[in-house]
Design a protein around this ligand. Structure first.
Ligand code: ADE
Length: 244
């Protein structure tokens, strides 16, 4: 995959892509990153990229001409151009999977109050990293590229690990433990050291369902449950109601 980030701050990206799965994906040639700076597409002496908003109000707006020129420079026939903004569709594992199938991704980072509205129509999608306002789209671009990179084949050592991630499976993940078996008086659940793989799988699935029911119950609406999983959740719910 070729990912191009359109940003006024290419230096922002020094570091985050040199670690973990993103570094591996780049080293293996699965992911190529490039940066395009709208400032390089200005024609005035001050290399102006922002201006006051028509109608007044606080903050500056990214001018359309340099940004449009940068997008048009980066866009290839197969590109998926994504504008990053708090007004966009919430980023999710489903979007990470969809974007990971694209071979040419362009991420457009806004700054200041945002981008001139007319730039939006030059983009195919608009995506938000979450319901909060960042200083710009750069942190959102890091999140998106990292979520995509670990889905590219070979980027994560163990493909099964990706397959059981929270959200890949549609629900939250089970708890994990490693050595020592006892830490500050707390033991690792017995089933995990039993060597019984089917019991471990069942325990993990049940714990994942329980955590999801407690923290993100809406995710269970689309999850197919067996009769015994339903019974397990009902028992857990009963315990919670009675024992508090
Ligand atoms: N720019 C500012 N806030 C943002 C957000 N939440 N997601 C994506 N881009 C942004």
């Amino acid at each position: 995959m070729q990912a191009t980030v359109i940003t006024l701050f290419p230096d922002y990206f020094r570091g985050p892509f040199d670690c973990g799965p993103t570094r591996v994906a780049r080293a293996d040639g699965k992911l190529a990153l490039s940066f395009v700076n709208p400032r390089d597409f200005t024609s005035d002496a001050h290399r102006t990229v922002d201006d006051y908003p028509f109608g007044g109000g606080a903050g500056m707006v990214m001018k359309p001409e340099p940004l449009a020129a940068a997008i048009e420079n980066a866009r290839q026939p197969s590109s998926l151009v994504v504008l990053l903004s708090p007004q966009g569709e919430l980023f999710s594992q489903a979007l990470a999977e969809e974007f990971s199938r694209s071979d040419q991704l362009v991420l457009v980072c806004g700054r200041y109050k945002g981008v001139d509205e007319r730039v939006r129509s030059l983009c195919d999608r608009e995506v938000s990293a979450g319901d909060y306002v960042l200083a710009g789209g750069e942190a959102a671009a890091v999140i998106i590229i990292e979520a995509i990179a670990r889905l590219l084949p070979g980027a994560v050592g163990d493909e099964d690990s990706v397959a059981t991630d929270s959200f890949t499976a549609g629900i939250l993940d089970a708890p994990y433990y490693t050595r020592p078996r006892e830490f500050r008086g707390r033991e690792v659940p017995e089933v995990l050291v039993s060597g019984d793989h089917s019991s471990v799988a069942r325990w993990r699935r049940e714990q994942a369902l329980k955590t999801t029911a407690q923290r993100r119950p809406e995710l269970l609406r689309t999850e197919v449950l067996t009769e015994s999983e339903r019974e397990f959740l009902c028992r857990e719910l009963e315990k919670e109601i009675i024992d508090g």
